[in-house]
Design a protein around this ligand. Structure first.
Ligand code: ADP
Ligand code: MG
Length: 260
């Protein structure tokens, strides 16, 4: 129903996006779109340009070239308006360790301008099964708890778009499965659009509607996991990932005619 508005349902639009760091083309001529309510995996070996892409989409970096629209608004021109409606969670950003879980969430809730932070924080702690740790120091949390705290933070402003940089890195399989279940639930209930990076191809196959494979900053394959496998003739996303990591491209397979 939500998609039947007739207007563009593209929530993320990236056109010919490039970012150079000196001689390094971290992102090179990248174009893709993400539709409302989709969970899209942004995949590729270390150094492929995934984090740089997310940072460009968040307006944390300025593109060398290209165009970004989020929720129909141009980034970075409408950065402030966009950031009110999106959020970000990363395994690589740390929260103050000397604050409790509750205090950290309260600080962010105030930063986001929430009118009534308490009920919101309570509900999110319940959702992410973290209520018992509300008064624990953030520095004393296990990595699984810390990941879930980051996700609580990311949902404080009821984001329409969520950027997740390896959210389940360093989680044991049980907790990772629970986090996936929560993400799926939230996506279903609120039609949140998610762009998500992970090195766990098994997880990606279970969670993502579509995948974008990057290698050396370039988009080398995209589609549903099944489409990508058919097109590249890889047996699994894991195999495709390893090929990319070793060869840095899909030159051979990409040159084959596409199967429809
Ligand atoms: N701030 C930076 N300065 C210089 N080079 C960078 C910077 N950030 C990323 N890079 C380089 O850009 C490339 C892509 O990095 P990154 O986006 O972090 O990849 P990924 O997240 O896929 O591992 C790498 O070669 C990395 O070394
Ligand atoms: Mg990264």
């Amino acid at each position: 129903m939500l998609q039947e508005t007739g207007v563009a349902s593209e929530v993320i639009e990236v056109r010919q996006l490039s970012k150079r760091f000196g001689p390094v083309a971290a992102v090179a001529d990248l174009s893709f779109t993400v539709t409302r309510g989709e969970i899209v995996g942004l995949l590729g070996p270390n150094g492929a340009g995934k984090t740089t892409t997310l940072h460009l989409l968040l307006g944390l970096l300025t593109p060398t070239r290209g165009h970004i629209r989020i929720l129909g608004l141009e980034m970075p021109r409408h950065r402030r308006a966009i950031l009110q409606r999106v959020n970000f969670s990363s395994a690589y950003v740390s929260l103050p360790t000397n604050l409790t879980v509750w205090e950290n969430l309260y600080v962010f809730a105030r930063l986001y301008g929430l009118r009534r932070p308490r009920p919101k924080i309570t509900a999110l702690l319940e959702l992410f099964e973290l209520a018992d740790a509300a008064s624990s120091l953030t520095g004393a949390l296990s990595s699984g708890q810390l990941t879930r705290l980051h996700l609580c933070k990311a949902f404080l402003n009821d984001p329409e778009v969520l950027f997740l940089d390896e959210p389940t890195a360093s989680l044991d399989p049980d907790i990772a499965a629970r986090v996936r279940a929560i993400l799926r639930q939230v996506q279903r209930e609120r039609s949140v659009t998610m762009l998500y990076t992970s090195h766990n191809m098994h997880e990606v196959e279970r969670l993502c509607h579509r995948v974008l494979f990057l290698a050396r900053g370039r988009l080398v394959a995209q589609g549903t996991p099944q489409e990508v496998l058919a097109r590249t003739r890889a047996a699994s996303l894991e195999e495709l990932f390893i090929t990319l990591a070793r060869d840095g491209s899909l030159h051979d397979v990409a040159a084959r005619p596409e199967e429809t």
